[in-house]
Design a protein around this ligand. Structure first.
Ligand code: GDP
Length: 397
């Protein structure tokens, strides 16, 4: 699908918060976050299938690829069909090999759900714990993708049964971490559960994934997965990828089990805003009301050679439109919004209006910094500043 067609479809769904999922992909370095992102973009027609698995999607623009430039922190909007309905997935990328903690922390402020990627062979690592902790702190719900299952099968030479046991142990371990970090959320049902469908596993490199719901739908069994991976026929793994495409399994899981802004905003606002819970702005934020006062949280600022500073963030209440006059927390003069847009890979595309519940990119906020609250309501209590969870590592018996 061409990018310009995609923008029309994206704009069409943006006003229906029930059909939106704002998500981030988080992982320990080298566990496969970039390869997974490539797959999702290829699945949405935004990157050729041949490139998925060996190209960084933030390099997908031809010119940028030639010049070797990687855009620092971008987000991308994709349309995915589930159960005959079209959903909008706003995926916020979290590259951050340099400033890992900081990037993840900011991204978590913008989203409602997180896909936690873990290498099946390495298991959970320190950064897996950090990202999980940050997600829970920000009231961002996790689902799990266990990646590199091909390595588990081919390098570690486990048999089908051993593969299942290892995956089960990994899931148990993640649940112990969640419980240790935030028992309240754990008890509220934020555990990951293979039978329920909040866990998928597969290989981002070979473009396949499976979950229990997908096994039921496709009839593909554990043993078959194992056999496809073990086969000497190079076409075998492609057959598996055709039967169980990674992007479909992942996006289905995201849509089914991660909350829409309408479901999420009450919990998220509770975690990041400490103002009066009887006030109209509180009500409009938890209801993602597009007609109320504006409440926009800036989570990233990048430089655009043409448009200047672009502020990206999460819109909790109201609608963003060109020409709006807004207050920026911590400053006294008003700023005027010049352009509002969404990201498609590295490209920012202008739209007329962005309603509450979305991730948006705006220009004209001269006084904004990362962490600013942007609002039309004079004297609004700003969002909590973005801090990085740095408690000690949880010990799991
Ligand atoms: P990131 O640092 O989390 O973004 O990880 P990358 O996506 O860059 O992947 C790190 C390395 O692992 C690369 O060499 C990938 O080709 C490789 N990789 C990613 N996914 C898989 C997988 O499913 N199986 C195998 N065998 N390798 C993978």
């Amino acid at each position: 699908m061409a990018k310009d067609k995609m923008v029309d479809r994206v704009a069409g769904i943006m006003g229906t918060p029930e059909m939106i999922r704002n998500i981030g992909i988080v992982a320990h370095i080298d566990h496969g976050k970039t390869t997974l992102s490539d797959n999702l973009l290829a699945g949405a027609g935004m990157l050729s299938k041949e490139l998925a698995g060996n190209a960084c999607w933030t390099d997908s623009d031809e010119e940028e690829q030639e010049r070797g430039i990687t855009i620092d922190s971008a987000n991308v909007s994709m349309v995915h069909e589930y159960d005959g309905k079209e959903y909008l997935i706003n995926l916020i990328d979290t590259p951050g090999h340099v400033d890992f903690g900081g990037d993840v922390t900011r991204a978590m402020r913008a989203v409602d759900g997180a896909v936690v990627v873990i290498d099946a062979v390495e298991g959970t690592m320190p950064q897996t714990e950090t990202v999980l902790r940050q997600a829970l702190k920000e009231h961002v719900k996790p689902v799990l993708f266990i990646n590199k299952v091909d390595r588990l099968i081919n390098e570690l030479q486990v048999d089908g049964q051993e593969m299942q046991i290892r995956l089960g142990k990994l899931i148990d371990h993640v649940n112990k971490l969640i419980k240790g970090m935030n028992e309240e959320r754990y008890k509220a049902g934020w555990r990951v559960d293979a039978a329920e469908g909040t866990v998928a596993f597969g290989s981002a490199l070979y473009n396949w994934a499976i979950s229990v719901p997908m096994m039921q739908k496709t009839g593909v069994s554990f043993q078959q997965i194992y056999d496809y991976n073990k086969s000497d026929d190079p076409n075998s793994i492609r057959e598996l990828a055709d039967k169980c495409p990674l992007h479909e399994v992942l996006n289905d899981m995201v849509i089914r089990f991660l909350p829409s802004p309408l479901q999420a905003q009450e919990g998220r606002i509770g975690a990041i805003w400490h103002g009066d819970k009887t006030s109209p702005i509180y009500k409009s934020m938890i209801n993602a009301d597009p007609k109320a006062d504006l409440a926009f949280m800036v989570t990233d600022i990048t430089m655009d050679p043409h448009a200047g500073e672009v502020a990206t963030g999460r819109l909790f209440s109201g609608s963003l439109e060109r020409g709006m006059e807004v207050f920026v927390s911590g400053t006294s003069r008003k700023n005027r919004i010049q352009q509002v847009g969404v990201f498609m890979g590295p490209k920012r595309l202008e739209v007329e209006n962005i309603p509450a519940g979305n991730i948006a990119a705006v220009t004209g906020l001269r006084d904004a910094i990362v962490g600013s609250t942007v609002t039309t309501l004079e004297g609004m209590e700003p969002f909590e500043s973005i801090t990085h969870a740095s408690e000690p590592v949880v010990t799991v018996a």
